[in-house]
Design a protein around this ligand. Structure first.
Ligand code: GRF
Length: 224
């Protein structure tokens, strides 16, 4: 007899901009690849394009402008209250350009994910794609991780590797990284929904990990 399917995970998505990762999550849910329900999308900017994407799909939206708060903690209290009042289980930061304080991290311990356009721990903070290019890295990519108090250094859930090509400019490389982000963020959330993630210190263990081509070695430039 098959076990009953696990319930959809209730998401709160935090954004500041275009929201293409939000869109990828919406699409994964609509396509049946992810059992989740987006309870609320919050932006700290009223002009964020992602708000319109959410509205178009009938998702509740809210703008909480950080400039209206005296400090990070007060802002985070407002965030946590809004998320909790919408019964959010997992907080998904998707291009949310604010650092979270212990107020949010404690309120949702082990239940906040973020995505960074680099292979953590390389190139943390802003302009990660520009940093990778300037450094001359042959590979970069993107990382989904659990948020901790540090900057882009929480336990890693999923990474995708993107080669840096000789003629890449920032826009071209960023576009290829973005395409991978749209694949790995829904995957990371699905692993959470399936209760397959276990945080063990700074290591995330994945139940039923199995084998995959992703464990293959990559070389750039090609060896042949
Ligand atoms: C992504 O590159 C993500 O890695 C970074 O912010 C960007 C958000 O893009 N944290 P979008 O708003 O999802 O299009």
């Amino acid at each position: 007899m098959n076990a009953a399917p696990l319930p959809p995970v209730k998401l709160g998505v935090l954004i500041s901009g275009e929201g293409t990762n939000l869109q990828a999550i919406i699409d994964a849910i609509a396509g049946g690849d992810l059992r989740a329900e987006i309870r609320l999308v919050i932006s700290n900017k009223a002009s964020a394009g992602g708000l319109e994407r959410a509205r178009r799909h009938g998702i509740s939206v809210m703008t909480i402008d950080h400039r209206g708060y005296a400090n990070r903690r007060d802002f985070d209290h407002a965030l946590a209250e809004a998320l909790q009042s919408h019964d959010v289980e997992l907080v998904v930061c998707a291009g949310f350009m604010r650092l979270l304080s212990p107020v949010m991290i404690d309120a949702f311990r082990g239940r906040i994910m973020n995505i960074h356009p680099a292979l953590c721990p390389a190139f943390p903070g802003v302009n990660a794609v520009r940093q990778a290019l300037a450094y001359g890295a042959r590979f970069t990519g993107c990382t989904v991780f659990f948020v901790t108090a540090g900057v882009d250094d929480g336990p890693i859930i999923v990474q995708a590797v993107v080669p840096v090509l000789q003629d890449d400019d920032e826009a071209a490389l960023a576009a290829r990284i973005h395409a991978e982000e749209h694949r790995i963020y829904p995957l990371a959330i699905r692993l959470y929904q399936e209760r397959r993630l276990e945080i063990d210190g700074r290591i995330v263990r994945i139940r039923d990990y199995g084998h995959s081509a992703a464990s293959g070695t990559l070389v750039n430039p090609r060896l042949d």
